[in-house]
Structures are given as structure tokens and as C-alpha cells.
Ligand binder design. Structure first.
Ligand code: ADP
Length: 961
């Protein structure tokens, strides 16, 4: 696991703590320096104080020594005076003296107070040399002892004071000591035995004094001896001695034994804890030592050097006396003495002890440092408790909130709770805003993702940042491949790129955005490099100083094509309108031609009949045929032009072919096109709308004619073949059908347009020539008939185009046997017919034709006349024109219907007006048959024969009514 990165906030905190520590460090250092300086100063002070104390003790010692020395000098002077002026033996003296005896022999006297039983002193007198005792000595001794007794009473440290005669075996002293004790202490049995010892001592004194002559003559050349244990009381003492001189002769020596226990006691009293103190004499013999046991204890008398702690030696002591305190090893050595003082005070203090004394004075510093330290720790603790920890918790809360706005809030102190609450509230608010923004974002991106329009956004430099799915589809590129790419490189055709970039630069330079917000038509580039037309709206958005351009694009290439197509269709419609206007005009003309044509045809027919066998018959026949052809053309044209509901009736397809061929014969011929008909003579009739089928055939023929017009001269002759036939019936296959093929040897249909041929408005022809409706209308008409239309083969350059249609032949009613044809009308009672036509010629023609067939015919030149005739005579049927002035055909029928309802059912209308909707409607409502002008006499006869001309009873009933 990788080591966890320390929290930056924690790092920060640690750094802050470190900073505080660094801030405090100099204070500590300063404190340390100050303390060290103070320590040194205090140490120096302590050393000086030690020195001062030593000086003081040295002075004390001098003061202690002074009485002893004065005492000895006083006695010395006394003895010198007594020597020169011998004292009077007072009366009291004898009383004071008591002979002293040792071993039964008097060898001295005790100086005593017999009354009190006290003995103060004693006098020794030995007579080894045989000299008698001189009483002068007793007087001297008494004076000496008395003075010594007074001094001793004042100075408790004085052990004993003696005078020893130099040349005599005699001495005296204070206090009284049992002679036995003295002798025992000296190791002799009798005083006399002391003589040699005394002589030796005197010799030593003399030698000493000779070696060390007294500096001041009358100072008495006093002298301190080494310490020793007094043989009398066992005390440690030191002797102070002064020679008694008489003239140049030393006659004796005064000595004082000074007890050292007092010095010892004082030294102990002076000693400070931890110290090692000594009092030494000039020869460095130790007189008192703080480590010495209490008085009376066995004590070694040694030199200072052997007692001093390790490392301390005489030179150090010397230096201490001369130069002041000395540091030796771990010791501070101080020593002091006074001029004339016999003793030196020496003190050694361990440094540790000194430090221990100083340290209390440094306590304030330590206290300050400690306080600072504690302050720091406390500050850290307080900081941690009251700021850092809550702040960390707050931070943790902040982090938790940023992940989940419902993170549980920590419970912090009152001061921090405000922060917690406001953080929670702020995040909740933020979250709410974010939710709203997200919702809006989601809606917008849903809009963007599902928009039908392509959306492309770029930054200010033209780099793509957004590309919605519609754009992906439009440009055939994916978002991840175009993101960041230059929009100009990818989506704009090369020839517009420079302009696009220049525009962007102008915008960046602050030019007014002229293109923004407007609908623009431009060209865009697909992945394969093909261009297509788009309509675009461009807008600019600014966010945080960042500019984006967004384009909404619609592919308008199809719309443009559609617009062009509509334009073409509109043109076609204009053309069609023109044609239809011309059609109705031509229809009017054709209608007007009907009557004369009907007359020509009728008359030619009659003529033909009349001229049978005559050489003129052929001429009459030609006229009739030409007239019939005219009739067919006019009828076909009128059929085509009339607007009427499709009617299914038995139709002979071959006739329709012939009619169409007749109609186009001239046009084809004038274009050098040969039309060849290969019609199956046994073609059965089919149920269909002759007009519609004629229209289909005309379309196919006109298309072929147009195609052949493209053929250049010199190629094979232009030819159209129309063929019909019956489809071979396949076993189990469909019902039998008939087919018709229109084939030309024109350029044929290019492979790429074959599929579109039957689409409405598809045309390859120039404006004004084609409408693109012909084939599609033809196919739908044929499909209504249960048939179909196909393009066969048709490879260019080979066989031209060949269109084949097929139609079912089922549903045709069996043709009824026409008995009227079989039985001539003349054999029956002649039927009476009324012919009504305002065109007298036509009426006459019809009458002639009908009479020729054996009918009895009356004519009426108007409806009104016809009604009058009907009232006068009975008729079996009426043949009437439809359009007549005043009472027209329809009015006549209504009148007949009222008079003779049966007769009304036997009315045949001849009309050239089937074009008009009113006429068509009347014919449908009345149910009467109609015969279109122009017609052949046979047609008329056939139509008359189809009328229900029997049932005379019914007629009779009608007549009676
Ligand atoms: P229109 O004749 O008004 O163009 P059509 O639907 O009748 O409309 O014909 C559609 C297209 O079919 C024609 O424009 C032509 O290109 C093609 N076409 C029709 N007949 C032939 C043909 N016999 N030979 C070659 N092309 C033909």
C-alpha cells in the first residue's frame, strides 16, 4: 500500500507549531545565556563570599590567639620584672605554700588556698646538682601563679601556664596537678630524673632562638609549638612560648598550653554544609578539622597536606593565600590568615556544593523558562482543543459535505456550531442550486442530443467543443474524432475556409458580428468530401470570459431538390392547364363538328347502300370511310376530353388501338414514323373504361413518338409496333388475360432512370414537353382495371423501349342474341318511332336510315313539336337530340315520363354533348341509352334495336291513362 500522503492541513498545523517553537527557541537561548552569566556572576560572588568569610575567620582566629599571646607576654614581662626586682615575701605567701612531697621526699610546694582547701599552682624544685632551694623562687612562683590564675579564669581555652627555668631543674605553673600524674606522664619516678630532659629542652630552646632571632627585641620572641596531646589532661593543645631574658641571658621560658577543642568547636560552628575546613598553624600542622571527631576522641596529629582531599596540596594553599580562591579539581580552595596571627583558616568547598548554593538564585530563570515551556504546551493544548480539533472536524465536515450534502454534522462547541450550521446551510443551498443547474443541464443536453438539427460549438479559435448526434449523422463524423479539431478543416469546403478564418479573426479583433443570429445558406463538407447545402444560424455565447460560437445547422439539400422539383411540377401544371384549356376549346370545336359529321357519315352510308352494284359505290364507300374516320377521331378526342365517372363496359381493345392510331396518324406520319398494328383478330372483349384505356394507349404512343424524335436521321427508319394478343393460360395460373405491347426502335430507357420511370412527375423531357405524369397515371389506371404496365427489356441502342400492358378479360357479360337483327322489323308490325332533332338535316338522315330498316318514322324539329305529336299519335320509341332550344331532350323526357312512363323508358338520346356534366348526370338519372354523334347509320340501328320495344299492353295502359 502506498504511504498515505499527510494531510496538507495537518502539515500546515505542524509547521505552525514548529514556527511557535522556533519563535520560543531564541527566548530560551537568551534565558540560557542570561542564566549562565548569572551563574558565573553568582559563582564569583560565592567565591568572593567564601574569601570574605575566610578573612573574617582568619580575623577571628587572630582574636582568639591574641589573649594567649598577650597572656604569655604578660607573664614573660612579669618574670623579667620579678627577676630584676625580687618580690617581697608577703605574709600571705607562707600561708599559701604547702610543701609538696613525692615519694616521701619534698621536692616542691603547692601554692594553695589552705582555707578553701584549694591548690592553685605548684613549684618544682629538684636538686640534682645539690643546690639548695632558693625561697626567691617561691616568691616569683607565687606572683606568677596568681597572675596566671586570674588570666585562666578569663580564658577557658588555657590549659596550663608554666615557667621553666633555663639552668635550674625547677619550674612552676598553674594549675595544680597531682605530682604523680606529672611524673607518670613524663615517665619518670622522681623529679630529679627530669634534669637531663630539662637540659635538653633548654638547649633546644636556645638553638631555636639562635636560629630565629626575635624581630622586635621586646616582643619577647614568642613562639608557637606544634600541637600535641597534653600529658596532663589528655587534651589536644598547642603551646605558646616566650623566653624570659635578663640582659642577654635567657633565664627561662613562659609557656601556655592552649587547648584546641575551642578552636575545633569554633571551626565546626563556622563550617557551612558540605564544606571541609581546617585551622592550620604556620607549619601547616592541622589544629582543627571539620572532619575531626568530638574532643576527647583519639585524633591523629598530622600535616594539612595528608588531610586535604585528593588533589589539594601545599602549593594550592600557598596560591590561595597569595592570590585568593583557587579552583582545584572539583574543589574551591580558600585560605586566609592575619599578619601576626599564628593560625590560618583553610576551607575547601566542592563545586557541587557551591552550585547547590547558587541554584536557588537561578530558580526564577528556571521558573520563567518552565513557565514559558508550560505556556507553550498549554497554548498548544488550548490551540489543539479549542481551535485545531474543531477546525479539523470542521474541515472533515467540509470534505464530507463536498461528497454528500447530507453528511452528519459534528457536534462542536457553541462558538463553532455557528460555522457548522452555516456550512451545512451553504452546502444545502449550493446543492439545491447544483440540482437545479443539473436538471437544466440534463434538459438542455437531452434537447441537444435529440435535436433534429445539427449543433456544432467551437471556441473562439474555431476548435470544436460540442457536436451533437444530429451533427454526427449529418457530417458522418463522431464527436470523439472531431473534438478539438479545427472546424474549418473538417466541415467547411476548402474554398470557403479562408473567408471563415478571416471572419473569426475580425470577430476576435472586436468587429461587429454581422452574421450572428441570421439564417444563412451555405455549403458544408461531408466525410467523403462531398458538399451539401445547409441552412445555419450562428450565435455567440460568453462564459467566464471564454467565447464560444454555436451553429445550428439543417441539411437543406433535399429541400432544395424538392423546391426544384416543385418548380418543375408547377411548370408541368401550367402546361397541363394550358393543354386542358386548349382541350376544352378543341372539345367545343369537335362538338360543333359532330352534327355535320353525323350528316356526312349518315349520308355517305346511305349513299353506299343505295349505290350497291354501281361503279360509284366505291367513291361513296371512300367518302363513308373517310367520314367514319373523322367521326372516330372526334369521338376519341371527345372521350378523352370529357370529365366523367369511369364506366366499365365491354370494350374491344383492338378498336381502342385503331382509334388512337387514327388520331395520331398525321402526327406520326409528319415525323417520319411508321406505325405498325399487329392486332390479334380473336382478341376477346374486356370490361373496362374505353376512355381510360384509350388515354393509356395515347400516352404510350406519344411517348414512343417523343423518343423517336430524338433519333437522328440516317439511322434505321423510325417505327412503332402496337401488338395485342391473349396470354397463354398456364395450368393452375391466373385467369386468362390479354396483353398489348407498344414497342419503338428509339434510344430506349437508360438503366439509371428505369426505376424512376413510373414515379409521378418524373420526366427527362424539356419543359413544356413532358409532365412526368403519363406513365404513372397509365399504370394506376391499368391497376384499377386489375391489370398492370411494365417496361420490357429496353437496353439502349438495341431494341428501343417496349411497354407491355396486361388486362384481365373476366367479368364480360355473354353477348345477348340480337333477335331484332335476326328477324327483320318489317316482318313484324312496323314500329313507330319519333325522331326529334333541331338539326333538320340530321333528323332527315336518321329518319331515312330508320325507315330503311323498316321503321315508321316521324320527325319533330323541336321538343315542343314532339310533345304535340305525342298527344296526337302513339309511338313505340323516341330518338331525340339532347341539346335543343326551348324544350330540350331532358325536358322532353320529363314530359314523356309524365304522359307515358313506359315510353320514357324507350327513349334514345343522340348527343354530341356527353362532355357536359349536366348531360352526363341526366343520362345517368334517366337510365336512357345514348348515342354519341357522329355515328354510323348501323350504330343508330343497333342502338334502336337495343331499346325495349315490346309490351304493347303497357303502352295501351299508358294510352288509356
Ligand atoms: P412524360 O412523357 O411527360 O415525360 P411519362 O411518365 O409519360 O412522362 O414518361 C416518363 C419518362 O419515361 C419520359 O420522360 C421518358 O424519359 C421515359 N420514356 C417514356 N417512354 C419512353 C420511350 N418509349 N422511350 C424512351 N423513354 C421513354
Amino acid at each position: 500500500m502506498p504511504a498515505a500522503q499527510p494531510d496538507p492541513v495537518l502539515r500546515n498545523l505542524v509547521a505552525t507549531r514548529r514556527l511557535m517553537a522556533w519563535f520560543l527557541a531564541p527566548v530560551f537561548v537568551l534565558l540560557l545565556i542570561l542564566s549562565s552569566l548569572q551563574y558565573r556572576q553568582r559563582m564569583a560572588e560565592v567565591e568572593a563570599q567564601q574569601q570574605r568569610l575566610a578573612e573574617q575567620h582568619a580575623q577571628d582566629l587572630q582574636l582568639l590567639a591574641r589573649p594567649a599571646m598577650d597572656h604569655v607576654q604578660d607573664l614573660r614581662r612579669l618574670m623579667e620584672e620579678l627577676w630584676l626586682q625580687p618580690p617581697d615575701p608577703g605574709p600571705a605567701l607562707a600561708a599559701q605554700l604547702a610543701p609538696r612531697e613525692v615519694g616521701g621526699r619534698a621536692d616542691g610546694w603547692a601554692i594553695a588556698d589552705p582555707a578553701a582547701g584549694l591548690r592553685w599552682g605548684q613549684v618544682w624544685w629538684a636538686e640534682p646538682d645539690g643546690r639548695p632551694f632558693d625561697p626567691l623562687w617561691l616568691r616569683r612562683a607565687a606572683a606568677f601563679v596568681n597572675q596566671a590564675r586570674v588570666a585562666h579564669a578569663r580564658a577557658p581555652g588555657f590549659e596550663a601556664t608554666w615557667f621553666a627555668a633555663m639552668d635550674l631543674n625547677s619550674s612552676f605553673g598553674y594549675p595544680w596537678i597531682e605530682p604523680a600524674t606529672i611524673l607518670q606522664s613524663m615517665g619518670v619516678a622522681a623529679l630529679r630524673e627530669l634534669a637531663p630532659l630539662r637540659a635538653a629542652a633548654a638547649a633546644r630552646t636556645r638553638a631555636r632562638l639562635a636560629a630565629q632571632p626575635p624581630a622586635i627585641e621586646d616582643a619577647g620572641a614568642s613562639h608557637w609549638g606544634p600541637p600535641y596531646r597534653s600529658q596532663l589532661a589528655g587534651h589536644l593543645v598547642v603551646s605558646h612560648m616566650a623566653p624570659v631574658r635578663v640582659g642577654a641571658q635567657i633565664v627561662g621560658e613562659v609557656s601556655l598550653d592552649f587547648r584546641l577543642d575551642d578552636l575545633q568547636a569554633r571551626l565546626r560552628a563556622w563550617a557551612l554544609p558540605g564544606e571541609r575546613d581546617w585551622i592550620v598553624d604556620a607549619a601547616r600542622q592541622v589544629l582543627a578539622d571539620t572532619e575531626q571527631g568530638p574532643p576527647g576522641e583519639q585524633q591523629a596529629l598530622t600535616g594539612w597536606a595528608s588531610r586535604a582531599p585528593d588533589g589539594l596540596a601545599e602549593p594550592h594553599l600557598r596560591a590561595a593565600l597569595d592570590q585568593g580562591p583557587q579552583s582545584v579539581g572539583d574543589w574551591l580552595l580558600v585560605a586566609a590568615t592575619r599578619p601576626g596571627s599564628p593560625w590560618t583558616y583553610v576551607s575547601a568547598v566542592p563545586r557541587a556544593e557551591l552550585r547547590a548554593r547558587i541554584l536557588p538564585s537561578l530558580l526564577p530563570n528556571a521558573a520563567i523558562a518552565l513557565a514559558l515551556l508550560l505556556g507553550l504546551v498549554a497554548a498548544q493544548w488550548l490551540l489543539a482543543r479549542h481551535f485545531v480539533q474543531p477546525a479539523m472536524q470542521l474541515l472533515a465536515y467540509l470534505r464530507a459535505l463536498s461528497a454528500d450534502h447530507r453528511a452528519p454534522a459534528p457536534r462542536l462547541g457553541r462558538r463553532w456550531q455557528v460555522w457548522v450550521d452555516s456550512l451545512g446551510a451553504t452546502f444545502a443551498h449550493q446543492f439545491h442550486l447544483l440540482q437545479r443547474e443539473r436538471g437544466s443541464e440534463a434538459r438542455k443536453s437531452a434537447i441537444l442530443d435529440h435535436a433534429l438539427e445539427a449543433m456544432v460549438s467551437t471556441d473562439a479559435a474555431g476548435h470544436i467543443v460540442e457536436f451533437n448526434p444530429a451533427a454526427e449523422q449529418m457530417f458522418e463524423r463522431r464527436l470523439d474524432e472531431v473534438r478539438g479539431a479545427d472546424v474549418a478543416e473538417l466541415l467547411i469546403p476548402p474554398r470557403y475556409r479562408a473567408r471563415h478564418r478571416a471572419g473569426l479573426e475580425r470577430l476576435a479583433a472586436g468587429a461587429a458580428p454581422s452574421l450572428l443570429g441570421r439564417r444563412l445558406e451555405m455549403h458544408a463538407l461531408r466525410r467523403d468530401g462531398s458538399e451539401f447545402a445547409v441552412e445555419m444560424v450562428l450565435w455567440r455565447s460568453e462564459l467566464d470570459g471564454e467565447t464560444n460560437y454555436t451553429a445550428s445547422l439543417v441539411d437543406v439539400s433535399e429541400r432544395q431538390q424538392a423546391r426544384q422539383q416543385i418548380e418543375r411540377q408547377r411548370e408541368s401544371l401550367r402546361q397541363a392547364e394550358k393543354l386542358s384549356a386548349m382541350g376544352s376549346l378543341l372539345a367545343g370545336v369537335a362538338h360543333e363538328l359532330n352534327n355535320p359529321l353525323a350528316i356526312v357519315m349518315g349520308r355517305a352510308g346511305l349513299l353506299d347502300d343505295k349505290l350497291q352494284g354501281s361503279p360509284l359505290q366505291a367513291d361513296a364507300q371512300r367518302i363513308r370511310e373517310a367520314a367514319e374516320r373523322c367521326g372516330r377521331i372526334v369521338r376519341t378526342f371527345l372521350n378523352m376530353a370529357r370529365a366523367r365517372a369511369p364506366q366499365r363496359a365491354p370494350v374491344a381493345l383492338n378498336d381502342i388501338v385503331r382509334a388512337a392510331a387514327d388520331m395520331l396518324a398525321y402526327t406520326l406520319r409528319s415525323h417520319g414514323i411508321a406505325l405498325e398494328l399487329q392486332l390479334d383478330p380473336d382478341l376477346p372483349p374486356l370490361m373496362g373504361d374505353a376512355d381510360q384505356l384509350g388515354q393509356v394507349l395515347l400516352n404510350l404512343l406519344i411517348n414512343a413518338q417523343h423518343a423517336l424524335a430524338e433519333k437522328s436521321a440516317g439511322e434505321e427508319p423510325r417505327r412503332i409496333v402496337v401488338a395485342t394478343g391473349v396470354e397463354a393460360r398456364r395450368p393452375g395460373g391466373r385467369e386468362p388475360r390479354i396483353w398489348l405491347r407498344v414497342q419503338d426502335n428509339g434510344p430506349g430507357v437508360p438503366a439509371e432512370v428505369r426505376d424512376k420511370l413510373f414515379e409521378p412527375f418524373f420526366t427527362t423531357k424539356d419543359e413544356g414537353l413532358g409532365t412526368g405524369l403519363g406513365l404513372s397515371v397509365s399504370r394506376s389506371l391499368l391497376r384499377e382495371h386489375g391489370g398492370d404496365l411494365h417496361l420490357e427489356g429496353g437496353e439502349p441502342g438495341r431494341r428501343g423501349a417496349s411497354f407491355r400492358l396486361s388486362l384481365p378479360i373476366s367479368g364480360v357479360p355473354e353477348p345477348q342474341a340480337d333477335d331484332s337483327d335476326a328477324q327483320p322489323a318489317a316482318e313484324r308490325a312496323p314500329l313507330r318511332l319519333l325522331v326529334v332533332d333541331d338539326e333538320a338535316e340530321l333528323a332527315a338522315l336518321m329518319r331515312e336510315a330508320l325507315e330503311g330498316a323498316g321503321y315508321e318514322v316521324a320527325t319533330a324539329e323541336s321538343g315542343a313539336v314532339a310533345l304535340a305529336l305525342l298527344l296526337e299519335a302513339r309511338f313505340d320509341a323516341i330518338i331525340s337530340d339532347l341539346r335543343m332550344p326551348e324544350v330540350d331532350g331532358a325536358e322532353l323526357w320529363r314530359a314523356v315520363q309524365a304522359l307515358h312512363p313506359a315510353l320514357a323508358r324507350r327513349m334514345l338520346f343522340v348527343t354530341g354533348d356527353i362532355l357536359s356534366p349536366a348531360a352526363a348526370e341526366f343520362l345517368r338519372d334517366s337510365g336512357c341509352p345514348a348515342l354519341e354523334k357522329p355515328f354510323k347509320p348501323q350504330d343508330l340501328l343497333a342502338a334502336v334495336r337495343r331499346l325495349p320495344l315490346s309490351a304493347p299492353e303497357e303502352d295501351h295502359h299508358d294510352a288509356q291513362r
